[in-house]
Design a protein around this ligand. Structure first.
Ligand SMILES: *Cc1c(COP(=O)(O)O)cnc(C)c1O
Length: 454
């Protein structure tokens, strides 16, 4: 399991992946004459129709290549809408503190001024603060960017009211749809009150992605925004008052769209809805199993989480000198990829299982976290030293474990085979810790001197 927040890899069935390899899809140039790309056109129209139905919007643009590019496209559409009504001065974008970093970055890229809205103790948008900021900026209000369910893993009960407040003050609601895996088939951004929403096809709709790509971030828009959808100078598409292109190719990365098409076609309406239900069930099952060991940082008013949840590890820094990063590294010894570390809250782990994992795998992950809790407990109770222990030294490589000399205050077995299932499938980390993020933050120029080329 790779439980990486909304970026968790969902199951990618072979049947979903095969069409990417077919030359009819993979070898067609994006600017091939339209009459040679009729199959693609049909695929685009069907996918647009399905995504419009799933989001409750009237039209969809497949052009953006990523969620972040969808944000850019969506905000440009909102800007064009305001301008078409003579509202040239609407440039304030409200963004809750819980937002993904791409939200303020996109707002800045379209020239908007970001105004941050506070969240309350439960992780929800603070309504009073939203109301105050919307009122204060009513003459300049352009949009609110809202993630639903929130990046805190909670369905905000006041989401309709939030949209209403923004509309009352002349703004548009941009819904960040990265968490759509908790909505598909159950509720729709368009019905909730959003005006635009992007979908991450590489999250919710199964396109495998790693290290930043490849992606597809189509946007859906309500009827009044349709005229402004992205266009393209080579291929005729988009609305009549189009914002122009946001990507080089008219339909973004079309060959991988086949993956999402097959996923939706094979799952069907009932299958997609069931997937959402199971994703939410799985997250709640894990949260329930783990709550006795780690605080669950945020929950909805019903006591449930959405499709992901945040484990709070911050108290262990004080009591055991253990941080979220130590737990993330120790998970490797147990054969797991770490969950999202320190986002959206520093010192925590964000876990999203999705619907794709078996009950056995969910249990293995929970049991691992419970065993790690016992390892932390041993430090708290003084049975293990604070700076030289299973967590601080994790992950343990084969080289370390098989070295002739062993001076650590725990056994080699505890280091590398801490649970029975690791005997069946052992993943050996190839390196241990060096300096964590130090190297990423302290860039060193290694450009050779020009003489070395002579
Ligand atoms: C992933 C994500 C994004 C950005 O999407 P990309 O496709 O990675 O550009 C934006 N918002 C949220 C909440 C996300 O999880």
């Amino acid at each position: 399991m790779i439980p990486l927040g909304s970026c968790t890899m969902k199951l990618n069935a072979t049947s979903e992946m095969l069409p990417v390899t077919w030359p009819e899809f993979s070898r067609l140039h994006p600017f091939a004459p339209q009459e040679q790309a009729k199959g693609y056109q049909e695929l685009f129209r069907q996918l647009e129709t399905w995504l419009a139905e799933i989001t409750g919007f009237s039209s969809v643009s497949l052009q953006p290549n990523a969620g972040s590019q969808g944000e850019y496209a969506g905000l440009m559409v909102i800007r064009a809408y305001h301008r078409s009504r003579g509202d040239l001065h609407r440039d304030v974008c409200l963004i809750p503190v819980s937002a993904h970093g791409t939200n303020p970055a996109s707002a800045a890229m379209v020239g908007m001024t970001v105004v941050v809205v506070a969240c309350d103790q439960q992780g929800n948008v603070n309504l009073a603060d939203l109301e105050a900021k919307a009122t204060q900026h009513r003459d300049r209000l352009s949009a609110l960017m809202l993630t639903y369910p929130s990046t805190h893993g909670v369905f905000e009960a006041d989401v309709r009211r939030i949209c209403q407040i923004v509309h009352t003050h002349g703004g548009q609601v941009y819904m960040d749809g990265a968490n759509m895996n908790a909505q598909v088939g159950l509720c729709r951004p368009g019905d909730i009150g959003a005006d635009v929403c992007h979908l991450n096809l590489h999250k919710t709709f199964c396109i495998p992605h790693g290290g930043g790509g490849p992606g597809m971030g189509p946007i859906g828009v309500a009827h009044h925004l349709t005229p402004f959808l992205p266009g393209h100078p080579v291929t005729r598409l988009g609305g009549k008052d189009s914002i122009g292109p946001v990507s080089a190719a008219p339909y973004g990365s079309p060959s991988i769209v086949t993956i999402s098409w097959v996923y939706i076609a094979l799952m069907g309406r009932d299958g997609l809805t069931k997937a959402t239900q199971v994703a939410i069930l799985n997250a709640n099952y894990m949260a329930k199993r783990l709550e006795k060991y780690y605080p669950i940082l945020y929950r909805g008013t019903s006591g449930f989480v959405a499709h992901e949840f945040i484990l709070d590890l911050r108290q262990f820094k004080e009591t055991a000198g253990v941080e979220a990063m130590d737990v993330a590294k120790r998970l490797m010894d147990y054969g797991f990829h770490a969950p999202t570390v320190s986002f959206p809250v520093a010192g925590t782990l964000m876990i999203e299982p999705t619907e794709s994992e078996s009950r056995a795998e969910l249990d293995r992950f929970c049991e691992t976290m419970i065993l790690i809790h016992a390892e932390i407990q041993a430090i708290i109770e003084g049975r293990q030293p604070r700076t030289n222990n299973l967590l601080k030294n994790a992950p343990h490589t084969a080289q370390v474990v098989t070295a002739s000399e062993w001076t650590r205050p725990y056994s080699r077995e505890e280091a590398a085979f801490p649970a029975p299932w690791v005997r069946d499938h052992k993943f050996w980390p190839s390196v241990s810790r060096i300096d964590e993020a130090y190297g990423d933050r302290h860039l060193i120029c290694t450009c050779p001197p020009i003489e070395s080329y002579s």
